[in-house]
Design a binder for this molecule. Sequence first.
Ligand SMILES: [Cu+2]
Length: 225
Amino acid sequence: MKKWMGKIRTLSLFSFLVIILSACGKENLTALVPKGYGSEQSFNIILISILVMIFVFIVVMVIYIYVIMKFRQKKGQENYVPKQSEGNKTLEVVWTVIPILLLIIIAVPTIASTYDLADESKKEDSININVQGMQFWWNFKYTNEEIQTSQELYIPVNEKVYLNMMSSDVIHSFWLPSISGKMDVNPDNENTMFIEAFEEGVYWGKCTEFCGGDHTLLWTLKLLW
Ligand SMILES: [Cu+2]
């Protein structure tokens, strides 16, 4: 088989996979279309990180291509040794300081939103729900109302709702990708996080800890208004 035919076959296979896989997933089960407070914060940090990475990629590629073009060996220069730049203090300072600045650009919003999402100052005056993780389902107990639900969690729009989470067996991880970040649900200590949704709808949740054989089953959870 000719070489180019193999390349075309590989390319067709990958194009086919891209088309098929791009339709995967459920609506409201993605952190890339944020519809809640926590997921919006995560999404903004993802965007900042991608922009920083694109900036680094472009700068590196421009320098790389420029150096390849400008400093390639010319005819008659086989034994020519160009001026060596090792130990150049200015260059070393520049390529140490630039990554530090880029990391600060990512770190500041990340740390700010980590503290923001851990804020419990409004917990007392908000709806509190005790979440119990089990193999393989979730139980929701509204602490101020005499209501319990399982698998379906109902909350109001644009209001912070605090989830006090514990597991009755193994470690689970509670995640509503469109609404919030993840939180581990442990058997021996209570973890708290708040969720706030911006739009009415049905959202889906996942346990992201491999909590047992049936981990992949049943793990859909609805948020209804
Ligand atoms: Cu689980």
